[in-house]
Design a protein around this ligand. Sequence first.
Ligand SMILES: [Zn+2]
Ligand SMILES: [Zn+2]
Length: 461
Amino acid sequence: MKRRGLILSLVFLICMVFAAPVLAAPTVNLDGKQLTFDVQPTIENGRTLVPLRAIFEAMGANVDWNQSTQTATAIKDGTTVKLTIGSLTPTINGQVKPLDVPAKIVNGRTLAPLRFVGEAFGGTVIWDPATQKITISTGAATAVQGKLEVHFIDVGQADSILIELPNGQSMLVDAGNNSDGQSVVSYIKSQGINRIDYLIGTHPHEDHIGGLDTVINSFSIGKIYMPKVSHTTKTYEDVLLAVQTKGLKITPARAGESIINTGNLKAEILAPVGSSYDDLNDWSAVIKIQYGQKSFLLTGDAEEYSEAEMLRASKNKLKSTVLKVGHHGSNSSTSPAFLQAVDPDYAVISVGQGNDYGHPHKETLQKLAGVEVYRTDLNGTIVFETDGQTITIQKQRNTIEPRAPDTTMPVTQGIYIGNKNSKIFHKETCSTLPAAKNQVLFKTWDEAITQGYRPCQRCNP
Ligand SMILES: [Zn+2]
Ligand SMILES: [Zn+2]
């Protein structure tokens, strides 16, 4: 009965707090600024038409209109664009750039195909059909300067990542377990931050969203992103209640959603690509932050299945300077193909000392050979700072909770028990040990691996 009540209240809350699909006219954002028009963009034969003069002028071009030839001429930085109403052959510096729908006049304004307008002066266009949002970046005007700081906060066996953006805004990805809420809030405040512009709950597991309600109640919040998947727990309900109480709306986190896109600073969601998963971890919002030459890929608990989807959907976007290793270093994430595509210089594993899961798994650490690996269990809170060109790393042990000092990575020595028949090996404490006559003992994990044994899925030696 209690569980049924929780499910009903969750269904109600989800309807209240998740933003409904937008059905209004498409909106246009140019280099981070929302443009307003007297004649709205429209969709014709599946093509989006946008006001040509207003957008060109916002880009800083001079626009001339010849009434007798019905031709618009726009000039910017030595580039001349000519477009005639009804024609499919506009030109850029005399070169024809063919269209598949012509420009037309609506209420005295020229509306032309979006891609043509957005790209005529070398800009890039992102069009999200789900939200009807058009994002045009010219890449020139709004290059931000300053430092990007990414703080992997030590919250034990959980995730919480604070990002101080070079444009002065801030982002928080996850907020640790329920019991971490207050220490995450204190850490953020100690950085002089009193507003979270972008708050992301990667997926509804407690070790990611546990402290989110405390964060929501403690700061002024801009946008909240979470994947649109429910989880029948009190923790999840607490988060939705905090969102609702504050009058906020959750923007569904999904691949293709652009959070920030201003020239040299971008934040984009690369997963979830799909809309149904067996494992809640594969719902994880995966965030790529790019600042100049340096980039961060924050993967939540995304596992192999989601990694494979990202490889199919956006392989060329995965390459990153720093990888937040998926699912606390579990062997269910960081598949070789994914790691190869990300090709990171640095990896961070957010993990608690002596956790019950055996995270990070040794296979994961082996795969990361050649990558500089930082771990919150060994290094405490880890802060990356970059100006877009160079990167520096600070390790701050004992920032959140006192932890035993530790200077070297522990090499686990002990007894491992292999099964001669299945070629699987276990911890001594595993509940599925083979019969004594089938046992073979190994002193080290490496010894078992070298002899062709695989680790047990249950005890994760
Ligand atoms: Zn987790
Ligand atoms: Zn999880």
